[in-house]
Design a protein around this ligand. Structure first.
Ligand code: FES
Length: 146
């Protein structure tokens, strides 16, 4: 991917009109992560059906614009995927779907990936469903005060 120095139209679109902001009652998995670099926080909610397909995804963040845009795109990308396929929604995949991010903002996109993994971990623990390649999220900070 070539070096990007400013926000793409897609980033601006997802920042100004973010998809899937909010929370899901009765979510199958919830993950909350913090970004050590900037201190920002992201919480991801996933609804997963009996076939292991992500039927809905929502997020809430105290992150910057790039975090909002990447989470918005990430939630769009995981919907309709199996939990195993959702593992492929990496920060790199999200950045590519957004036509890139400036290098100083790459760490923001990690919040979305880590929050998805944390939510999948929560789901896996509750349901007993194994997800290949999923590791316990080190960044999960658990419940935070609203
Ligand atoms: Fe914190 Fe972007 S600066 S998520």
């Amino acid at each position: 991917m070539s070096q990007v120095t400013e926000y793409s139209e897609k980033v601006m679109d997802h920042f100004t009109n973010p998809r899937n902001v909010g929370e899901l009652e009765d979510a199958s998995g919830v993950g909350t992560v913090g970004n050590a670099k900037c201190g920002d926080i992201m919480r991801m909610y996933l609804s997963i059906d009996d076939a292991g397909v992500v039927t809905d995804a929502k997020f809430k963040t105290f992150g910057c614009g790039a975090a909002v845009a990447t989470s918005s795109m990430a939630t769009e990308l995981v919907k309709g995927k199996t939990v195993q396929e959702a593992m492929n929604v990496t920060n790199k995949a999200v950045m590519e779907a957004l036509d890139g991010l400036p290098p100083v903002k790459v760490h923001c996109s990690l919040l979305a990936e880590e929050a998805i993994h944390a939510a999948l971990w929560d789901y896996s623990k509750k349901s007993g469903v194994q997800i290949d390649g999923l590791e316990e999220p080190v960044a999960d900070i658990g419940e935070i005060e609203e």
